[in-house]
Design a protein. Structure first.
Length: 612
């Protein structure tokens, strides 16, 4: 917080004075302020002071920050605004660190450092829970009622627990293990999507995968059914699978799958790992995954934190959300291992780079070393196979995209590992024939891909296709395939215009928040620089609700007009205390009488500001 010459008189003014980056970070941290898109700063200020929004913001605080927030409310929320309610940030931090203690005297070790208190104040200010500047801080009034009571003599730790006893793993071994898992993830996703190409997966009416299909995928991938289901969600989140046009209950590959197959192995994995980080059905899982990975990153390079240590770290970061996170954390650690983000329980170098790039508030590409490190640990792609007399073809490594499509159309995968074994059969060749392959095309493609002469039994099977009747429907060629090129290599079933299914509830992206802030800058009507600013002593007329909320924040006297139950009009001068639940709670400025007025009966309001 940098001091300013003039302290903002209202929360709205403070938001208007913020730069674009700070305001964008606020909207990213509190997306409820941006939905629906606000038209001016007063709408953001009004939304940010509601009880529900403030309660959600308190869920974002660490174990130490609510204690600081309670101290702000205790020290600054009971006095008049013209006096001690204005809190100096530095003075407040020093007062907390060295202030009076209660009968249960705190030890010196319990007293937090002033730098930690200042950091907590900055955090509360950036979330809109405090407003003002370094010379004058005031709490949002709804925060006091939303905070749970705590023992003022107990000061929580001002910094997260460490990973002191965690094992330090060899870095090269961690990267090799993680690279092996990354390669397996790419292979399994490729098998899964290819299976949906030939046998579209069935969905139930809710849009989830049918349980029978989940068991089928588990058997196909040799994985437990729940983990196979997560693989399917990753493929959908990456935009590789989508619903077939005209049939919302069938999952088929998208055109994005064809593009994905043409990428390098490292780039394929990056897309899948990013999809895993975002493919959460509930926002709760999203924040927990991010914090688990951030916890592993904070432990140090190649440090393998235990689930218990990670749970303690997450519990300090989000104490209001932590009670039911022990078991999900174990599941997230397991998933991070088979996704390839971690190896031997520690973040890999390319996993850490990917996590850092994705979890940044501002979009930034992953460091160049991340894909290059992973690429050096993955086997190189090949474009050839060895066709054998037993009607099999062995690929000595991962095939290039075009070769994989050729072999996937003409044969079935029999086994995978360091080498992939394809099996030719009458059924696989007839399937290719129905997809538009012709005998000369099949023979020329196999001769091109094989490093060995084609065996006679395979040629007999291929030429037997000439005795079949021509297929009743020939697949329409891909418009991107040049004339005279190879036939269609995959099923003509493709989900058109499929959107990546990231989560049940779309999150506010950085780009969307930036556009919203830029729109506010252009639509907000501000006084011209050459015009003299309006004197602060003049009375201000605004919409009743915004004016009443401002009066609650500033503590100034407000005049409002109203209509009673008989339809008669009246007016009052009051000191507004709170606005919520459809009512204004206030006290008469002259008699100090408590008043409760329904907001729908208030017709107008403006703040009375005394002339200096």
């Amino acid at each position: 917080m940098s001091p300013q010459s003039d302290s903002p008189r209202t929360l709205t003014q403070m938001l208007r004075d913020w730069d674009d980056a700070t305001l964008t970070r606020l909207l990213m941290a509190r997306p409820d302020l941006a939905d629906p898109p606000p038209t001016d700063y007063s709408q953001i200020a009004s939304r940010s002071t509601t009880r529900h929004s403030v309660s959600q913001s308190l869920d974002l605080l660490t174990a130490f920050e609510p204690w600081v927030a309670r101290r702000v409310c205790d020290l600054g929320g009971t006095s008049e605004p013209s006096g001690s309610e204005a809190l100096d940030a530095t003075t407040f931090a020093q007062a907390v660190a060295g202030g009076p203690v209660d009968s249960n005297a705190r030890s010196v070790a319990d007293v937090p450092d002033t730098s930690d208190i200042s950091a907590a104040l900055d955090r509360l200010l950036s979330l809109g829970l405090l407003w003002g500047d370094a010379s004058s801080l005031r709490p949002v009034r709804a925060m006091a009622s939303s905070l749970t009571a705590g023992d003022p003599g107990i000061v929580p730790a001002s910094r997260p627990p460490g990973f002191q006893d965690a094992a330090q793993q060899p870095g090269d071994l961690v990267d090799k293990v993680a690279a092996g898992s990354a390669f397996e993830l790419v292979r399994r996703i490729d098998v899964l999507v290819e299976h949906c190409d030939h046998s579209p997966a069935s969905l139930v009416k809710s849009g989830e995968l049918a349980s029978r299909e989940t068991r089928t995928f588990g058997s196909l991938l040799d994985l437990p059914a729940p983990i196979a289901g997560i693989h399917l969600k990753i493929a959908r989140a990456a935009g590789l699978l989508g619903t077939l046009p005209g049939s919302e209950l069938k999952l088929v590959p998208t055109y994005g799958f064809d593009d994905w197959q043409s990428l390098s192995l490292a780039a394929q994995w990056q897309l899948l790992a990013a999809a895993w980080l975002h493919q959460h059905e509930t926002p709760a899982n999203a924040w927990l995954t991010r914090h688990c990975l951030q916890g592993l990153a904070s432990a140090g390079d190649y440090v393998a934190g235990t689930p218990e240590q990670l749970h303690s770290w997450v519990s300090w970061q989000r104490p209001r959300r932590a009670p039911a996170t022990a078991r999900p954390i174990i599941s997230i650690i397991d998933q991070a291992a088979w996704v390839g983000v971690t190896g031997l329980g520690a973040l890999s170098s390319f996993g850490a780079a990917l996590v850092a790039a994705i979890l940044e508030t501002a979009p930034s590409p992953a460091p160049a070393s991340a894909p290059s490190t992973l690429e050096s640990l993955l086997p190189p792609r090949v474009d050839h196979v060895m066709v054998q007399a037993d009607l099999t073809a062995i690929a000595p490594g991962p095939l290039e995209a075009e070769a994989a499509r050729d072999l996937g159309s003409l044969a079935d995968v029999e086994s995978r590992g360091g080498a992939t074994v394809y099996r030719f059969s009458p059924a696989s060749l007839q399937r290719a024939y129905r997809l538009g392959w012709r005998v000369p095309d099949i023979v020329s493609t196999l001769e091109k891909r094989s490093t060995t002469p084609l065996p006679q039994p395979l040629l007999y099977l291929v030429h037997d296709l000439e005795r079949l009747p021509p297929p009743g429907r020939v697949a329409k060629p891909d418009p991107q395939t040049p004339a005279g090129g190879s036939p269609l290599h995959a099923s003509p079933l493709r989900a058109l215009g499929c959107k990546a299914e990231l989560s049940a509830k779309e999150e506010l992206t950085f780009a969307a928040a930036q556009r919203l802030v830029q729109g506010l800058r252009h639509t907000e009507v501000d006084p011209s620089p050459d015009e003299s600013p309006r004197p602060q002593t003049s009375n201000r007329i605004d919409s009743p609700l915004d004016t009443l909320r401002e009066a609650v924040e500033t503590g100034e006297v407000v005049w409002f007009g109203y209509v009673d139950t008989r339809g008669a009009s009246g007016e009052r001068l009051v000191v507004a205390k709170s606005v919520g639940d459809g009512r204004l709670q206030a006290r008469d400025s002259r008699t100090d009488e408590a008043l409760t007025v329904p907001l729908h009966r208030i017709t107008s309001a403006h703040i009375i500001r005394r002339t200096a």
